[in-house]
Write a protein of this length. Structure first.
Length: 222
């Protein structure tokens, strides 16, 4: 199974959702944001190297941490050397080896944002609980539908005590999991680990578990 985590703009928490979702799905996560990578780095080959033909996708998987990660390089030269057209094959190679893959998508509507959705079986949309942010993600939802990456869930990120889940469900046409704006999420993010590693009994950890359960709902075990 390949799950794309997408949103309409940057800064909504796609990388945080991707890392935590991958942890709860026991999946490998791929940082597919070629120009603005945000998942933890490694000292080995990265996605830039894979897309430039310098490394095999499996060689770029960094194991041994809380989550298996294919990191992405941070340099402009690396981004320029990458061929985005190779992304789908790279994702499928990792999925063949690791069974479940989560893709941390780039923001916006450029071609490099559409390729992860093209590779995905389903997607999770990430939005913030304000009208502008929700409206912005509508365009991403339409792109996901065009590319047959069914919207499994909306992660409404950084919510307060009364999240507007009903309104977001009406606007985006998909069920919503509200992720609280909590200090444990920020602490885990700074450490580059899932919330379950620092506060397994927290409300945020339970919400990420719920999100993972809904993404896999209806999928039969092999």
């Amino acid at each position: 199974m390949i799950v794309a985590v997408a949103g309409g703009k940057g800064g909504v928490g796609k990388s945080t959702v991707s890392l935590n979702l991958a942890a709860d799905l026991d999946a490998a996560v791929i940082d597919a944001d070629l120009g603005m990578a945000d998942l933890p780095e490694s000292h080995g080959p990265d996605l830039h190297d894979v897309l430039a033909g310098r490394a095999d996708p499996i060689e770029a998987v960094c194991e041994g941490g809380a989550v298996d990660i294919v990191p992405c390089g941070r340099t402009l030269a690396g981004a320029r050397a990458s061929d985005p057209a190779e992304l789908v094959d790279a994702v499928e190679a990792v999925a063949s080896a690791y069974e479940t893959v989560v893709i941390d998508c780039p923001a916006g509507m450029a071609a490099d944002a559409g390729l992860p959705l093209f590779a995905a079986d389903r997607c999770v949309l990430v939005a913030l609980p304000d009208a502008f942010a929700v409206a912005d993600v509508v365009r991403t939802r339409e792109l996901a539908r065009e590319l047959d990456a069914g919207v499994a869930r909306v992660a409404l990120n950084r919510t307060g005590p009364s999240p507007p889940t009903d309104r977001v469900e009406r606007v985006l046409g998909a069920p919503v999991t509200a992720i609280p704006d909590a200090a444990v999420v920020e602490r885990a993010q700074r450490s580059g680990v899932p919330v379950s590693n620092v506060a397994p009994d927290s409300s945020a950890a339970r919400r990420f578990e719920e999100l993972a359960a809904t993404v896999t709902a209806g999928i039969e075990a092999p």
